[in-house]
Design a protein around this ligand. Sequence first.
Ligand code: SF4
Length: 328
Amino acid sequence: MERILIIRYSALGDVVLATSLLAPLRDRFPRAQIEWVTSAACAPLVEGLPGISAVHRLGRGPEDGALALARRLRGRFDVAVDLQGKLKSALIARAAAPRRVTFARRTAAEALRALLGHDRPLVRAHATALYAEALRPLGVAAPGRTIVEPSGEARRRAGALLGGLPRPLVALAPGATWATKRWDPRRLAEVGDALHGDGCALVLCAGPGDAAASATLRAALRAPLAADLTPLDVGGLAAALGEVSLLVTNDTGPAHLAGAVGTPALVVFGPTSPIRWGPAPPGRAISLGLDCQPCSNHGGERCPLGHHRCLADLPAATVLAAARELLR
Ligand code: SF4
């Protein structure tokens, strides 16, 4: 096996989780040339990783869309590893290599049931193990650890925000794409205030889509925010998370990013599964373990039962106690 193409272009957390396959692939095929197709936003996560020869950016335009990429990569690989499992990724994989392995979250029957509104959460293994399972036909048995190596420029941007701040730093991430995955930012603020009282400096970890949750957190916090990581791209964010002692977060991409740079993430779980999406050690998942949990693969806008008790009933004191343990 000389040339391998990995395809995973979204989202941040999934791309980070997919990096767990690099070490086992390199062990299995020591001389292989490994390249990666990803989005421009996620490219800083895989650029510069050991063993990656090239990163191809997938966009939406005539020059960088799926068709253009399929043309450019046609026949260049021995095997394509499609971890995205979408039409676009299939198009690229089919053009790029005669042999393909694909991560498929659902069987055809399950996909049909999902269309009818019965999308049963996949909880039998961690996402990294599920990716590795897809590579079994290539002789890959288990995932390695996730890895992200921020560039020197990313480290400089992070240093400009965090350099000179008192330690330890604790990052608070109030956002999540789906409403049911968001713990009340006012409770996160309670955790932050208590940790500030313990001597920690607080840092806001948020993306451009987290404005409302960030505003609620800011309004509720009595302690000052020492820095705001929102302006950083994913490379800068990875470098910044490498500087903090703990990230307290919902089940979102930064939890996996923190794990990949060796920072423990304390992750609050509601509708999604800690078995599948739990943080890398020594991070920790917190879940009430209600009978209805998990109810979803990725979260949704509304609780199917209408009460959202999985997060509404989770007190700040529980999260604070776990945060203090991790900081010790
Ligand atoms: S309370 Fe139960 S049903 Fe509602 S979002 Fe949470 S896990 Fe799902």
